[in-house]
Unconditional design. Sequence first.
Length: 293
Amino acid sequence: MLRVGRRARARASKNYLGFPDGIGGTELAERSLRQARKFGAEIVIGTPLVSASSLTSPFCFELDHGPQVHCRCAVVATGVEYRQLEVEGVSRLADAGVYYGAAPSECHLYRDADVYVVGGGNSAGQTALNLSRFAHSVTMLVRGGSLAKSMSHYLIRRLETNDNITVRLNAELVAVEGKDCLEAIIVRNAAGEKERLRAAALFILIGGVPQTAPVAGILRRDGGGYLLTGRDLLTDGGQEGWPADREPYLLETSVPGIFAAGDVRHGSVERVASAVGDGAIALRLVHAYLSEC
Ligand SMILES: Cc1cc2nc3c(=O)[nH]c(=O)nc-3n(C[C@H](O)[C@H](O)[C@H](O)COP(=O)(O)OP(=O)(O)OC[C@H]3O[C@@H](n4cnc5c(N)ncnc54)[C@H](O)[C@@H]3O)c2cc1C
């Protein structure tokens, strides 16, 4: 088995099962690499996938600077590149009160606290609602003057009717402060004045970009660029989007024999545990696919 990758990013996982004190992304990736090598995987690092051409097995993937990889089956697990918020203090306090994204399961950690959400899209709105079940107050900081263009109407209505959620429009985060963890945020308000607000946590939901450009020409994607898999291929475009006589396997993409796992997949819950679970399922499906050809 050949695994192709860029360098691992240093994301910490606070809630991955078996690591009660959390584990950094780099350490988790290094441990996984060691383990994969023990099982005989050949690893290529630093030569990202740049394009994929063939629509039928055997596939041909082209790596940076020219080398090609030929294979009968492939699993795409290229993840999502989160948009970074270039604001003073954010990178220093990342994972110390400042977070990119928020899983519903983590919201209870901020019971009775005053928390902030940056962003005006559906993920930001849903996160605010999840947090509001536990937090004392949730304040959304939205740069624009309205939510209507970026968020679904039903979510806007739910935010409006929720007593402990405040939406601040024309509000821009300009800095975050804290010694070892987040203590306060500085916001430029609609009048252009800077306000210092005490904050227990800040959740940044300003979107991410699924890393699917190299396979964009051959695999079907949703409107956000995420890879469609399994039954989503059928419901989204009927049988037309699926070329084989059988139904697609759970994590199979629009090209039979190419699977997708983790954050890059449409509908992923964007957690380490689910990405690892997808990987395990994908490999079972690879075996099923290979046994039928
Ligand atoms: C700041 C932050 C904090 C988070 N905290 C938590 C947490 O506490 N708990 C939790 O469960 N989840 C957390 N997450 C989410 C978690 O990191 C992801 O759900 C998980 O990493 C997804 O794994 P993945 O393998 O799908 O993608 P990734 O971990 O993103 O891995 C994708 C890999 O593919 C590589 N790649 C991309 N394009 C190419 C290419 N063209 N060629 C070759 N390689 C490529 C990337 O460099 C990367 O190494 C956090 C995410 C962020 C951004």
